[in-house]
Design a protein around this ligand. Structure first.
Ligand code: GLN
Length: 189
């Protein structure tokens, strides 16, 4: 059984653990950077990217997370986790982990649509997937190595670049575990 960590500094941690377990892998909450050595893949959950970054710095996680990805270990970023993975954030001088070649816009669906659900098609994963968006970002531009997996209203909302996966929505909040299962398969390979 592969071991999937969920970065446990802030955000929707328990729900991801539940989804990982439902997908046939072991889920481990990661609170210390030393724990990264024990896992095969990592999920960075949704929450608030600025708060999560503050905690990443406070607990000295930044270099350890970048090393984890650069060693070829799979990372799945959802919502705020997607923002942390991007190498370009609209309106901000600096990115966070900068592991995926894409430009993202935070809180991109407008205040009147703070949170909503929508059906999306996930390329090669699901013809119809109930996606929960909560103050969600979207991906404005992707580099040549990034594969678009889903769009909603012509905006990119899920993508993959080699061993990195991201979604603007929260796949852990429903009982449809197909996207998490897809990540577990990426880790098994
Ligand atoms: N709006 C949040 C941010 O900018 C992301 C929201 C979420 O993760 N649900 O970090």
């Amino acid at each position: 059984m592969v071991k999937i960590g969920v970065l446990g500094l802030q955000g929707a941690v328990r729900e991801h653990i539940r989804s990982v377990e439902a997908s046939g892998a072991e889920g481990i909450i990661i609170k210390y950077k030393e724990q990264l050595a024990d896992i095969d893949g990592l999920i960075i959950p949704g929450g608030e990217s600025t708060t999560m970054r503050r905690l990443i710095d406070k607990y000295d996680f930044l270099d350890a997370l970048m090393d984890f990805g650069q060693q070829g270990k799979p990372i799945f970023g959802t919502c705020a986790g997607l923002i942390l993975l991007a190498n370009n954030i609209a309106g901000q001088a600096d990115a966070h982990l900068a592991l995926m070649d894409m430009k993202v816009e935070r809180n991109a669906f407008g205040r009147q649509r703070e949170s909503f659900e929508a059906e999306v098609e996930l390329e090669g994963i699901a013809d119809s997937f109930e996606a929960v968006f909560i103050r969600a970002p979207y991906i404005m531009e992707v580099g040549p190595e990034v594969e678009v997996l889903a769009t909603y209203q012509d905006k990119i909302v899920a993508a993959r670049q080699g061993h990195y996966l991201c979604s603007a929505f929260h796949p852990e909040l429903t009982d449809d575990h197909r996207l998490t299962e897809y990540f577990v398969k990426m880790v098994e390979k």
